[in-house]
Design a protein around this ligand. Sequence first.
Ligand SMILES: C=C(O[C@@H]1C=C(C(=O)O)C=C[C@H]1O)C(=O)O
Length: 359
Amino acid sequence: MDISSLYMKIQSQWDRELPFVIYRKSGEKELHSFLQNNNELYKVDSYDTTGFVFAPFDNRDDTILISAENSEYYRSVISETEFEVQHNKQSISIDIDDNEKEAHLKLVRKGIEAITQGSFKKVVLSRKEEMHFSDITPLVVFQKLIDSYPNAFVYCWYHPAIGIWLGATPETLVTIKGDQFFTMSLAGTQPHVDSLEVKWGAKEIEEQAIVTDYVMNRLSSKVDSLEKSGTYTHKAGTLLHLRTDIKGTLIPNNSNIEDIIKTLHPTPAVCGLPKEEALSFIMKNELYDRKYYTGFLGELNIVKNGHRESNLFVNLRCMEFVSKKALIYAGGGITKDSIPENEWEETVRKTETMKKVLH
Ligand SMILES: C=C(O[C@@H]1C=C(C(=O)O)C=C[C@H]1O)C(=O)O
């Protein structure tokens, strides 16, 4: 299907308040879309099902499915010219009230204190920022995300019972192709200035190693030939992260995708270590609902070239549209060496990823 017909279909789906998702994978030039043909809210009750999943951070809450069975699927190739998105002129205003910074600093200090007292080793603490805008449609924002972040998984997801979410995430939760398994450990952040040849501090090296060790340890009994790459610098928009790639082979009759997802999610990249202690600190202290931020989303059991494929991503660098407001979510890993002011700035830089496309 040509791209303008696909956008027209999405617009009509939106006008009729029917669920849809449109997305583009990292480095690819193809748009994929599932358009649900009713407004039911389907929940994932078995990971044998096929479609597009949208899971919250809190795994006690329901994971939503746009099921392949109840949807039409379309794909479209993006040509070079379609990457050029017109920049609309509109008024926006950002409301970071002073209390917001103080509240985040206080939260981070509390996290560091809990780490110093030995409650846990790492915790990821986050916040939500509101931005008002006057006249921009989700589809235009989606196009701008596509244009601005070629190496991210970019999506726009809608369900009338939940709302509309958009994002450009750098982080894979898990990719499974046939019996081949892949994940990544991504953590540690610094701004990208002009080079990938940068130095990383002890704090970033430690917080990322925590994620790698966790994934390797927890998956060693579930995946064969588990191996990791060296750790390298990964560019995500205007930010750099430390990244290690991890791959293996699923064990016939032993590895199943549900077990792997439940083992990984939420990883110490978005929650902390030990998981339960960090999670209970987050639930008690963050004082807002992350909803689908730091959850995961993507294709589940899609058949391609005769194989079942799942491509799931961690929902980072994302926002939710609520009438004329964008709610932008961002956080960062806290360790004993964290400096509260730097952690605040890291969240500001992360929210820029979304603010940039609302201008
Ligand atoms: C929590 C976020 O990102 C995660 C935390 C990072 C960090 O602490 O440096 C880096 C990448 C992600 O794993 C976010 O973007 O909101």
